[in-house]
Design a protein around this ligand. Structure first.
Ligand code: SAM
Length: 379
């Protein structure tokens, strides 16, 4: 690919708009398989603005991390939000990671433009753009508490970030992958790289630092993310969440059909009465007119449980279901009921089906078909 980038910023163009244009251009130059291998699809500008708006930090010198930065649209949107919401920022120290060497000149172009844009507003930007793997470089931070001696021997890690903002790559990793081997503390079953980014980022935050990520919502439950949830929810506390109700309308320009969620968490003392803000929109069009709900963190996640499943109700109905289920004192196994989420194949269950009703000699149980089971009702 030709490395000379002939795209320039317009007069008075916002850095995030410039990053967005560069991203759209770059996306058109690379193949689908390149995007897949790198987990590469860029955040559309309205979503970048939503992530940025979740930041509430106020300081005169701010240290930001953007792992898997692409064209740095998230850093730009965040910096614009910070400059708009507080006037007195003197210095911003930004660290970004991007492993796609073809993309680095684009990120650099945006960051140079952001630097000039900030200078015109009286703020100094110092940025470092690493072309190294974010996971491999920072995974030793996961061992900090467990093996302090080993940690001391590893190359010093840049920590204490005030804000970490990211749309990390999403793809599954095999158990022999170097990144998985380096981050065993986060792994139970087959991991997805995005949860490794999130887990490491949580450990790189300063006290009261804010983590703002957009990711698939699969981390909220399931065995494969159990180790991740254990570490993540013991390190940071959820503050805000935004859910997109439509799969199609978030990253549709890159045909991504994942169900995504924006999560903001803070590295602070765990307080079970903390109110968590949950907003939801259908997609991008209504992103700034969301439905909003507040929940005590203890209603969304039982931090004493082994699985630490995160519940994400967005409507009154879902809230009622959550209350109903949490009121149950038993689990199905207490009633000798086994459950399978796959289909029951009736012709393979002939041994269990009786031709005649023979009560008193056999214990009969009904065969339920799909049409017998409706939402919250067994007919
Ligand atoms: C989903 S894209 C998002 C890009 C950008 N943050 C945005 O929001 O538009 C993830 C980016 O992470 C980069 N990436 C993938 N694996 C990485 C790694 N191990 N370390 C650093 N960057 C990585 C990809 O090349 C890709 O540009």
């Amino acid at each position: 690919m030709n490395k000379t980038i002939n795209i320039q910023a317009f007069n008075q163009e916002l850095p995030s708009d410039f990053a967005d244009r560069l991203g759209i251009y770059y996306t058109q130059q690379v193949t689908t398989s390149h995007k897949k291998i790198n987990g590469q699809f860029f955040t559309p500008n309205p979503i970048a603005k939503l992530l940025a708006s979740f930041c509430k930090l106020s300081k005169t010198r701010i240290k930001i991390l953007d792992p898997g930065c692409g064209t740095s649209i998230l850093s730009c949107a965040l910096v614009e939000h910070l400059i708009e919401s507080q006037k007195a920022i003197e210095t911003i120290d930004l660290v970004a990671y991007e492993t796609d060497s073809e993309l680095i000149p684009y990120s650099k172009k945006t960051l140079d433009y952001l630097k000039d844009w900030l200078l015109n507003r009286g703020t100094q930007l110092n940025y470092t753009l690493h072309s190294t793997d974010f996971v491999l470089e920072n995974a030793p931070v996961l061992k900090e508490n467990i093996q302090p001696n080993l940690f001391k021997k590893t190359k010093s890690i840049n920590k204490n970030f005030d804000i970490i903002i990211s749309n990390p790559p999403y793809f599954k990793l095999s158990k022999n992958d170097k990144r998985v081997i380096a981050s065993q503390e986060l792994v139970s079953g087959q991991p997805n790289i995005y949860s490794i980014f999130m887990g490491i980022a949580a450990k790189l935050l300063s006290e009261n630092g804010e983590l703002i990520f957009i990711t698939p919502r699969s981390f909220a439950s399931g065995n494969y993310f159990r180790a991740f949830r254990e570490m993540f929810f013991n390190t940071v506390q959820i503050d805000k969440i935004h859910l997109f109700n439509s799969r199609k309308d978030t990253f549709n320009r890159d045909s991504v059909l994942q169900e995504t969620v924006v999560i903001k968490a803070i590295r602070e003392e765990i307080n079970l009465n903390k109110k968590v803000y949950i907003s939801s929109s259908t997609g991008i069009k209504d992103i700034f007119e969301p439905s909003i709900k507040y929940f005590n963190v203890s209603k969304l996640i039982d931090l004493n449980s082994m699985h630490k499943i995160l519940h994400l109700p967005t409507s009154d109905k879902e809230e009622n279901v959550l209350s109903l289920i949490s009121s149950w004192k038993n689990v199905l196994a207490d009633f000798n009921i086994k459950i399978s989420t796959g289909p029951v194949v009736s012709f393979r269950a002939l041994d269990f089906i009786q031709n005649n009703y023979e009560n008193e000699t056999v214990f009969l149980s009904p065969l339920f078909w799909l049409q017998n089971v409706n939402k919250m009702v067994l007919e």
